[in-house]
Design a protein around this ligand. Structure first.
Ligand code: LMR
Ligand code: MN
Length: 433
């Protein structure tokens, strides 16, 4: 019996070597065949599954194939399931981490949790592994679990910078309590530790400082962000950027190349206003702004196009405006923007913020304007206000802020437009936002 086993082991080793040799010889199809056979014949051998997983991930990378990556994940999982039988610590841990990486890449964030927990159980002294779990929760926008895990980590490792960061992000998101979130965020980001240096974290800390009125510190942070190449400039802090696009706070319509089309639209501003006002007066059509950008007041919108897609139900209620917009494909087809009516009531302040991308320009066609001296839009260090029938264009990747201290409604048609410097190929292939 013992002999039989030894022979079996020998055979397994031999076939493993053969399969590996096919990989080294860059013979992926053969290698894969060999690994498939191996996991079939030696299903009880953890190493068969691990090596198959590794072969598959290499092939997935080469062929840019998500299907192969999927297969690789499955093999990793089978290997990891042997858990207690595996003695090679570094190999086990690396396999778990790779598997998580691939699951994250494919967007299967739920599935990472079981693997995180497996690793945490096996290496309970490693705070890094707990921070990896909370990071997966952050990526999944699961702020409740993010807060729980980060809080647990902080109980044992109170000075852990990544756990502090995650805790601060959760607090800010769940409670909007910026004062409470600030010390966590600031400590973490100032620590410069691995896992704390991402553009998004700088955005959140900057926003926190600004909302607490700590403008000098916010500026210093943004300067550091520019230095680290997270931001294009202290004012332009969008995160989804294409290189080489002209960037300035305000644009003349003629500079965009869309001047004539915009002028056409502008000529119909009274008809557009009629349509927008009857929608607004009917109530229940406009939705409150949902991004927590509002400090005080009332600010609502009615969306006509989003991510380059017509919002059919809404367009049916605004047929004239949508028909006019059809003459502006750079706007209706802008997959990184929206077209919407934006209604702002008196005594509204919108916090300083940046749009997500430098790939669009934002036009305002003013339909109803309150007292011009009591309202203002600041973009970077320049101010403007609204005048009925007027159309202006700004780049909302630059920091902007709105004050409406007048007494009347402000109503505008907001149109995002593809940045004119983007090629047709870029417009087709950029991921929607
Ligand atoms: C913004 O992008 O924040 C503003 O254009 C919104 C608005 O309605 O003024
Ligand atoms: Mn904005």
């Amino acid at each position: 019996k013992a002999d039989e086993n030894a022979d079996g082991d020998d055979l397994f080793e031999q076939e493993l070597r053969k399969a590996n040799a096919e990989m080294i010889n860059e013979n992926p199809a053969k290698a894969l065949g060999a690994f498939n056979k191996l996991t079939h014949t030696y299903a009880h051998e953890p190493l068969a599954h691990l090596r198959r997983a590794q072969a598959l991930e290499q092939l997935a990378d080469k062929q840019r194939s998500n299907r192969l990556l999927h297969e690789s994940i499955k093999s990793y999982k089978r290997y990891l399931a042997f858990d207690e039988l595996i003695a090679n610590e570094s190999e086990f841990r690396a396999a778990g981490e790779r598997c998580i990486e691939h699951l994250r890449f494919l967007g299967y964030l739920q599935q990472t949790v079981a693997i995180h927990e497996l690793l945490i159980e096996r290496y309970p002294e490693e705070s890094v592994l707990r921070n990896q779990l909370s990071l997966s929760y952050l990526m999944a926008n699961n702020f409740v679990r993010l807060q729980q895990v980060a809080a647990e980590t902080l109980q044992r490792w109170p000075n852990d910078a990544v756990a502090q960061l995650h805790f601060g992000l959760a607090i800010k998101h769940l409670s909007g309590d910026y004062a409470r979130a600030l010390p966590y965020l600031a400590y973490a980001i100032n620590s410069q530790e691995v896992g704390t240096q991402e553009a998004y974290f700088y955005v959140v800390l900057g926003e926190t400082l600004q909302r607490l009125g700590r403008h000098k510190e916010a500026l210093q942070l943004h300067q550091r962000g520019v230095h680290k190449q997270f931001f294009a400039s202290v004012y332009q802090r969008s995160l989804y950027n294409e290189p080489g696009l002209r960037a300035q706070p305000f644009w003349q319509p003629a500079e965009t190349g869309y001047g004539q089309q915009l002028e056409q639209l502008q000529q119909s501003w009274r008809a557009i206003r009629r349509e927008a006002l009857s929608l607004l007066n009917a109530r229940g059509n406009f939705q409150p702004e949902a991004e927590q950008l509002r400090d005080t007041g009332n600010w609502q919108q009615f969306e006509l196009f989003a991510q380059g897609r017509r919002q059919h139900a809404n367009c049916q209620r605004a047929p004239l405006t949508c028909a006019l917009l059809d003459q502006l494909p750079a706007s209706t087809g802008c997959q990184r923007g929206q077209v919407k009516f934006s209604a702002m009531q008196a005594h509204t302040h919108v916090w300083p913020h940046c749009g997500p991308t430098n790939c669009r320009l934002r036009a305002h066609l003013t339909l109803v304007a309150p007292e011009p001296q009591l309202t203002s839009l600041r973009v970077a260090d320049q101010q403007r206000t609204w005048r009925e029938g007027d159309l202006f264009i700004f780049d909302d990747s630059f920091e902007h802020e709105v004050w409406h201290n007048g007494t009347q409604l402000r109503l505008v048609l907001i149109l995002d437009l593809w940045h004119p410097d983007l090629s047709a190929a870029q417009r087709r292939s950029l991921s929607p936002i």
